[in-house]
Write a protein that binds this ligand. Structure first.
Ligand code: LHQ
Length: 265
């Protein structure tokens, strides 16, 4: 499939998806969702990639749903489309693809992340933003609730008071404040952003990929499991990873006092 609204680049084991509608701040259209599904499926099934960087072209990261997209129009002037259907068809699969990808994911938030654009930035494993970027739950401005996982991510990361303030007031939350509050991993000075993202991607691409993916799964399970059951689950992940080549290499390298060469297996 050739893409018009995104680009997919593979540089050794680093994959980069760029949302590429800069004139519209990379807002989501039905076509962009279809292309993202295709690109993520490709990464899941048939590439040597060991880390994904998701970013935006131009001055924005993503402004959420394109409010002019024909997908939002009903079949005629008298009807409106069922937004729940669009969530089910486009946004839920996108979040779940990111959350189950067999490699760690970095959201490189190069500018404003609004509406579902903010949610997608948080659906990645590590969210790093330019200091000049901001996060905005724009939904209340158009009479909607935060979606694409934001009602799950926000209260868990920054607490209910801040989550409700951010959602109801729909103000821009500067990236530096988002990092201070624990919504994202890091805000980086604009001039240092590209280098930081490149070095983070390089670092993650050389790590034991399976362990990172299991870490994501384990941390997520820990949000809802009892401690007792979580301890059982941790044992299962340890069984699985203890049989991996990367674990054997990690221990061998430690004993031999050298840097491990992980293969992601
Ligand atoms: C846009 C958009 C946009 C179209 C900027 N659409 N053109 C899920 C399920 C189903 C349905 C509904 O939604 C959802 C999830 C959602 O994401 S709902 C929330 C949708 N997003 C928004 O409401 C955000 C709307 N955008 C804004 O509030 C502003 O554009 C922000 C604050 C993001 C940026 O402001 P500025 O930096 O001042 O830029 P701008 O407003 O001038 O935008 C630049 C261009 O991008 C402009 O086009 P134009 O042709 O006039 O130059 C905007 O119309 C266009 N654009 N966001 N979501």
């Amino acid at each position: 499939m050739s893409y018009q609204t995104i680009t997919l680049a593979l540089d050794n084991s680093i994959a980069r998806i760029t949302l590429n509608r800069p004139d519209k701040l990379n807002s989501f259209t039905g076509q962009m969702h279809a292309e993202l599904r295709d690109a993520l499926d490709h990464l899941q099934e048939s590439t040597p990639a060991r880390v994904l960087v998701l970013t935006g072209a131009g001055r924005g990261f993503c402004a959420g749903q394109d409010l002019a997209d024909p997908d939002l129009q009903g079949v005629d002037a008298q009807t409106t489309t069922d937004l729940g259907h669009l969530v089910e068809k486009n946004y839920k699969p996108l979040v779940m693809r990111l959350q189950t990808l067999k490699m760690p994911t970095i959201a490189a938030v190069n500018g404003i992340a609004a509406g579902a654009g903010a949610s997608i930035a948080l659906a990645c494993d590590i969210t790093v933003a330019k200091a000049s970027a901001s996060f905005m739950l724009a939904f209340s401005k158009i009479g909607l609730i935060p979606d694409t996982g934001s009602t799950w991510f926000y209260p868990r990361r920054i607490g209910m008071a801040r989550a409700l303030g951010a959602a109801m007031l729909a103000e821009k939350l500067p990236a530096t404040k988002a990092a201070e509050w624990g919504l994202i991993w890091q805000a980086v000075e604009d001039e240092a952003f590209d280098v930081r993202i490149a070095s983070l991607a390089q670092q993650l691409s050389c790590m034991p990929t399976k362990a990172l993916v299991c870490t994501r799964e384990a941390m997520r399970a820990g949000m809802t499991e009892t401690l007792e059951h979580q301890l059982v689950l941790e044992g299962r992940w340890m069984s699985e990873l203890g049989a991996s080549q990367d674990y054997a290499e990690g221990v061998r390298a430690f004993m031999e006092k050298r840097t491990p060469e992980f293969k992601g297996r």
